[in-house]
Design a protein around this ligand. Structure first.
Ligand code: MEV
Length: 434
């Protein structure tokens, strides 16, 4: 297969021609399919083309909504961008279940984000400490042009600390820098500050006579997506006996539910799937609101391992006849900057949510994660997960088969009492057609 140089400089049409000719030759409809996903509004299409590089089409994700969420006594409809079937249905079901039990409560615990100047230093640590003490006010002063606007909004640089990491890696030190980025996710702000620190650091180090020929060398300046001090907690609770039709059924359910969470607390194989279910909700809101789901994913999973074993992000307690179920996750997300001001659907998502600030969005997102986990574990310990999933699975297969309305109705009826495997649905529809 051919390679190409200067691909990025080609026009979009030339890019499409090149990929279709060289990699999609056997697909006669490739060009048409790519074009079918372009927006007919050329201005809107240009906007999407410019989000990233080398674009040849748009990749759609369904944009759905989960209504009837009560969070801290306020009603929300939660926008979710996700391709997986049953996720939005499960969120909506959990919202309804908790609605007459006080709804969801959520609180932001902390909002600090961090970044580092990582550097190498082979000299006497005492010299480095005295250099840093002198340097720190200058680091802050020279970052002022970057921090001014953020400070007007009440944020900025919180602190810069010198950390000796040489017990873990020879000659490795860092400037551990903490930030409050208010309603912005803040990646650009933090990285700009860090690179400015790096420049000031290098220039001043060269002038610091005590270093002589043991100058520190900067390795890199970058924010961290591990944000254990940018935490949010979401919770639901109700008397145990409200969890079932009878007191016995309710207690049985609560006990099984608790065991499921305990399994995910000690068994990483289960914990990963358990937390994946939480992220079904979290990622869908993060995406719909134009935030960086890769950053959130990385930070959340690292947090799940903070005690040295990967474990459940949700916890449950049955003390005092009360079922209390909660989620605590780090979330570095914003409501200004990045895609939030650009993507028309992100603007709609923000409007649906009542234009939240970053802290409110953290709470809503955590609630979506908790609701998702409640719905998943609820199904797992009662009917099993496949019942709900297979309904959507059936619809997907029927869509693939381009089933008529009559075929659909017959298939839905039949598979109410039969397991809908891919092969069985195909056989069923083929039989109808014959
Ligand atoms: C599927 O996307 C998510 C679940 O596997 C989560 C879980 O097992 O808790 C259903």
């Amino acid at each position: 297969m051919p390679k190409i140089s200067g691909f990025s400089k080609l026009s979009k049409t030339a890019k499409v021609d090149w990929i279709c000719k060289n990699y999609l030759a056997s697909n006669k409809k490739a060009k048409e399919t790519l074009a079918n996903y372009w927006n007919t509004d050329s201005k809107l299409q240009k906007l999407h083309d410019e989000f990233t590089e080398n674009t040849i089409s748009n990749y759609y994700l369904p944009f759905g909504i989960a209504p009837n969420f009560t969070i801290n006594d306020k009603t929300y409809v939660i926008p979710m961008a996700i391709e997986e079937s049953s996720v939005i249905a499960a969120a909506s079901k959990a919202a309804k279940f908790w609605d007459d039990k006080g709804g969801f409560k959520a609180e932001v615990i902390s909002t600090t984000k961090v970044g580092h100047v990582h550097f190498n230093y082979e000299g006497d640590p005492k010299k480095l400490i005295s250099f840093f003490d002198k340097l720190k006010p200058q680091l802050l002063a020279e970052a002022k042009p970057i921090t001014q606007n953020m400070e007007k909004r009440g944020g900025g640089i919180l602190d810069i600390e010198l950390i000796d990491k040489t017990n873990q890696l020879d000659n490795y030190f860092q400037l551990h820098c903490s930030f409050d980025t208010k309603d912005a996710m803040g990646a650009n702000f933090i990285n700009s500050c860090l690179e400015q620190f790096g420049q000031t650091f290098e220039r001043e180090a060269a002038k610091f006579e005590a270093f002589q020929n043991t100058l520190p060398e900067i390795i890199m300046c970058i924010l961290s997506n591990y944000v254990p001090e940018c935490l949010v907690r979401a919770e639901v609770s109700c008397p145990i006996n409200r969890l079932g039709e009878t007191t016995e059924e309710a207690h049985k359910f609560a006990k099984k539910f608790k065991q499921a969470i305990e399994i995910a607390t000690i068994e990483p194989y289960r914990a990963v799937t358990h937390n994946k279910g939480i992220m079904n909700g979290v990622d869908a809101v993060v995406l719909a609101t134009g935030n960086d789901f890769r950053a959130v994913e990385a930070g959340v999973h690292a947090y799940a391992s903070k005690d040295g074993i990967y474990k459940s992000l949700t916890q449950v307690s049955l003390a005092k006849e009360t079922f209390k179920f909660w989620l605590e996750i780090p979330l570095a997300i914003g409501t200004i900057g990045g895609l939030t001001n650009l993507h028309p659907l992100v603007k709609i998502a923000m409007e649906i949510l009542g234009k939240p600030d970053a802290q409110e969005l953290m709470k809503i997102t955590a609630v979506a994660g908790l609701a998702q986990n409640f719905a998943a574990v609820n199904s797992l310990v009662t009917s099993g997960i496949q019942k709900g999933h297979m309904k959507m699975h059936l619809m997907n297969i029927l869509n693939q088969l381009e089933a008529s309305q009559d075929e659909r109705l017959k298939a839905i009826e039949y598979f109410k009492t039969h397991t809908a495997t891919h092969a069985k649905v195909i056989a069923f529809v083929e039989k109808l057609r014959n």
